[in-house]
Design a protein around this ligand. Structure first.
Ligand SMILES: Cc1cc2nc3c(=O)[nH]c(=O)nc-3n(C[C@H](O)[C@H](O)[C@H](O)COP(=O)(O)O)c2cc1C
Length: 387
């Protein structure tokens, strides 16, 4: 059965009359501004902020604006199928919930709320290593949902192996290894407030619940939180890895492995040579390298080089159904949604995340319909004009 995501429109028209629904705007480009009203200054800046002058984050959005959909008529697009298959598993739509750390700074129910929301709409949930909720608790909240695990690669091999084993046994199917954040970028919006949530023990649930990590500490995190925080931060920041270290991950993970943060064609080729299963073309939403290429501008060249040999996923700057369609038309197999659902979490917890996900699915579905596309394979370079 193909789901009719566009039907959310009617649901809102019918139930929204009472004024209680929807919980936040149906326009994801407006959610940053409204989230600022409900979040404290530190958490808001942490989510909305970017590296340096913000040039990369702006470039991500500007790149989407330069591409325009060219709608087709009389194609009979009444019935649509947005489903796709990734690593042998069917997805109802080409949308995944991007890994986002420290969700406790946004909402008390944090990752449990977003993992429940993802499962309720059937989309894969990618859990961050910087989670404020343990691997096992997120798995319980996610239930029968599809879940992937994102790794910030600890320099201690035993701790790394322990975390991977826990993720595997908690039902996380695919490993996403984030390469672009081996140390934190210069982020003036956080620096100007001296705000880093990790230093307050937020986003530490995975190491703090890890038996191998705990075994290395002189005092437990409950007895001496600052020492445990510093030990962990020293393990996950400050040390870059090299391509020859990837076999370690293969040894400890028997499912698909996806490298996140690829922006150069040669790195995409190296990912193929290293036997990886997928890549995410991403600049971390402009949070790491200021003045970097827009992720969307990097996408077509990478798809041309490796798209037939590896799954190419995409994120950074996606805010509308049209943005999804554009990234898919430029060759992404599926797209990760970042900040918009985090703003949904800030507004209304699980219901807010579900609303944002359903809104974008509906908008993509209706964009497909009204531009004359029945299935994702109909979207291609012919669907777009560059202006
Ligand atoms: C507050 C916040 C926290 C994030 N935490 C992580 C993380 O823990 N791991 C990771 O791989 N990416 C993380 N990201 C990056 C997202 O996965 C994604 O690449 C990015 O949000 C895409 O850009 P966009 O939000 O502009 O669409 C984070 C992004 C934000 C906004």
């Amino acid at each position: 059965m193909n789901e009719r995501f566009g039907g959310y429109q009617n649901e809102i028209y019918l139930h929204g009359l009472g004024g209680a629904y929807p919980p936040c705007s149906t326009d994801a480009t407006k959610l940053e501004a409204s989230a600022q009203q409900v979040l404290g200054a530190g958490p808001f800046s942490y989510v909305a902020g970017a590296a340096g002058s913000g040039a990369t984050a702006r470039a991500n959005r500007a790149a989407f604006d330069r591409w325009r959909l060219v709608p087709r008529m009389l194609t009979g697009a009444t019935e649509r199928d947005l489903s796709t298959t990734l690593f042998g598993t069917r997805l109802p739509a080409p949308l995944l919930v991007a890994p986002v750390g420290v969700q406790s700074i946004v909402h008390a129910e944090a990752e449990s709320a977003s993992a429940r929301a993802a499962a309720s709409v059937g989309l894969p949930y990618i859990l961050s290593t910087a989670s404020s909720t343990s691997i096992e608790d997120v798995a319980a909240a996610n239930g029968d949902g599809q879940r992937w695990f994102q790794l910030y690669w600890p320099s201690d091999s035993d701790v790394c192996a322990s975390i991977l084993a826990r993720a595997k046994s908690a039902g996380f199917s695919t490993l996403v290894v984030t390469l672009d954040t081996w140390t934190l970028a210069w982020r003036p919006s956080d620096l100007d407030q001296g705000y880093l949530p990790f230093l307050h023990g937020e986003g530490m649930a995975i190491p703090f619940s890890d038996p191998v990590f705990r075994g290395m500490l002189e005092k437990t995190p409950e007895e001496d939180m600052p020492a445990a925080v510093l030990r962990w931060i020293g393990m996950v920041t400050g040390t870059d890895r090299t391509w020859d270290r990837l076999p370690f991950l293969r040894e400890h993970w028997d499912g698909p492995i996806v490298l996140k943060g690829i922006q150069h064609v040669d790195d995409a080729r190296r990912a193929v040579e290293a036997g990886m299963d997928g890549i995410v073309v991403s600049n971390h939403g402009g949070r790491q390298v200021d003045g970097a290429i827009a992720a969307l501008d990097a996408l077509p060249g990478i798809v041309a080089a490796v798209g037939d040999r590896i799954e190419v996923l995409f994120d950074s700057g996606v805010r509308t159904g049209a943005d999804f369609a554009k990234a898919l038309a430029l060759g992404a197999k599926a797209v990760l949604l970042g900040r918009p659902w985090v703003y949904g979490l800030a507004h209304a917890g699980e219901a807010g995340v579900r609303h944002v996900l359903r809104s974008l699915l509906a908008e993509l579905d209706l964009t497909m319909a009204l531009s004359g596309h029945h299935v994702l394979a109909d979207l291609g370079p012919d669907s777009l004009a560059h202006t």
